[in-house]
Ligand binder design. Structure first.
Ligand SMILES: Cc1cc2nc3c(=O)[nH]c(=O)nc-3n(C[C@H](O)[C@H](O)[C@H](O)COP(=O)(O)O)c2cc1C
Length: 157
């Protein structure tokens, strides 16, 4: 995955090196600017069995800040924020690979270095007992749940 581009970040940012699960690394550029989750919208994406994005809706595009052409074919780690503990995603993948639904709160990174919180459901698409892909539907999280997630994740790695 490509490193983030300083030209995409308005104003000051921090540079963080992420170690991704597949052993690759990505330099991300992070600001403290939050984009509030839009009222009444669902952010939806689908992937192949390897987790490469095959489809995303307009709200996914708008909230991520990327063009659709920059999203399709990429893994969701495109949105990986350094404040998210790896253990949360380990739990997501272990659950989904077994064909079970996963729910959780996720802080996502935008192309412009800002962030947005979501309440995510990950649904494995199972056909003939085999996982053929995954769908994720994200909703607006409450302020209270975001605060709880921040403190839970701060104590994890
Ligand atoms: C359907 C689906 C949706 C996902 N959505 C997100 C997401 O919105 N943000 C995110 O950071 N990771 C998401 N993930 C988890 C990523 O695949 C990945 O595990 C995570 O970004 C951490 O990167 P890493 O596993 O490469 O270390 C999703 C996974 C699946 C299967």
């Amino acid at each position: 995955m490509q490193d983030m581009n300083p030209a995409d970040i308005p104003g000051e940012y921090r540079e963080v090196l992420l170690n991704l699960y597949d052993g690759t690394r990505r330099t991300v550029l992070v600001t403290d600017v939050e984009t509030p989750y839009p009222e009444g919208k669902l952010i939806v994406s689908r992937t192949d069995p390897e987790g490469r994005i095959t489809h995303c809706n307009r709200s996914f595009v708008d909230m991520s800040g990327y063009d659709e052409s920059e999203i399709i074919g990429q893994p969701h780690a495109l949105l990986r924020h350094p404040d998210m503990p790896a253990a949360a995603f380990q739990d997501l993948w272990e659950t989904a690979r077994e064909g079970r639904k996963w729910h959780g709160y996720v802080k996502n990174l935008r192309k412009d270095g800002g962030y947005y919180w979501v309440y995510a459901t990950v649904i494995p698409n199972v056909r003939n007992g085999k996982v053929v892909g995954y769908t994720s539907v994200r909703r607006k999280p409450s302020k209270k749940k975001i605060a709880e997630a921040i403190s839970t994740y701060a104590g994890m790695s």
